[in-house]
Design a protein around this ligand. Structure first.
Ligand SMILES: C[S@@+](CC[C@H](N)C(=O)[O-])C[C@H]1O[C@@H](n2cnc3c(N)ncnc32)[C@H](O)[C@@H]1O
Length: 215
């Protein structure tokens, strides 16, 4: 494991309990962000009787709850790099499969999901290292399946200041939507919809969302 991933895993292990308490659900997401999630779920729900969805980088599992609330027929499983975040997700969603895994090395079979959500989980991966992650997210999607990415949009990186009230180092990277789009296409996915929205008051960055389909 490289130093950046180790730092990300160890940082989230420390903040996991606070993250679960401070961000229990989607109350801080803006309406257009949630509209992209709804758009993703509508497409995935129409594609199978009991669609399988992977929440890739599920953290404490708040988006698992959101997806299941939008469509209770979804079979949502999670995966996260941080054992403590995954433990929070398991406690919040007993009976659901939540694996500890890296986005670039998932334990799931090829083409085993109708949808994959990566909601703010690529933000700790620098743009130059996105390719293996997108290849892997594409690998586990069945042909015709959908991927939704959410991230802070722009360029550059930042060190989070006392994230979730803890004295730990976490480094995050902004992603430039045209670069995300071309990286997805290189990974064999076709971009269906993109949304870049401006930062809201008090939000430090613009936000980006992309829905892509595996060919
Ligand atoms: C900002 S949190 C978002 C969590 C969740 N998706 C949510 O919206 O609440 C980022 C999460 O991505 C996970 N993560 C970051 N890099 C990862 C990687 N390479 N593989 C798997 N998980 C990763 C972190 O452990 C953390 O739980």
């Amino acid at each position: 494991m490289d130093e950046l991933r180790r730092q990300t895993r160890d940082g989230y292990d420390v903040v996991a309990r606070a993250y679960a308490q401070l961000l229990p659900d989607t109350r801080y997401e803006a309406a257009p962000d949630l509209a992209m999630v709804q758009h993703f779920v509508t497409g995935v729900s129409a594609s199978a009787e009991r669609p399988r969805v992977l929440d890739a980088g599920c953290g404490t599992g708040r988006m698992i709850g959101h997806l299941a609330a939008l469509d209770p027929s979804l079979d949502v499983v999670g995966a996260d790099l941080s054992p403590a975040m995954a433990a929070e997700a398991r406690a919040a969603h007993p009976g659901r499969q939540i694996d500890v895994a890296d986005l670039s090395d998932l334990p799931h079979d090829d083409a085993s999901f109708d949808g994959v959500l990566a909601w703010y989980s690529i933000i700790h991966t620098p743009p130059h290292a996105l390719a293996p992650v997108l290849d892997e997210l594409g690998r586990v999607l069945r042909p015709g399946g959908s991927l939704l990415l959410g991230y802070q949009a722009g360029t550059g990186d930042r060190r989070l200041d006392r994230p979730y009230g803890h004295d730990v180092e976490l480094r995050a990277f902004l992603h430039h939507t045209p670069y995300v789009r071309s990286s997805l296409e290189t990974a064999g996915l076709t971009v269906d919809s993109t949304l870049d929205r401006a930062a809201r008051p008090g939000e430090p960055h613009a936000q980006g969302f992309v829905i892509a389909t595996r060919g």
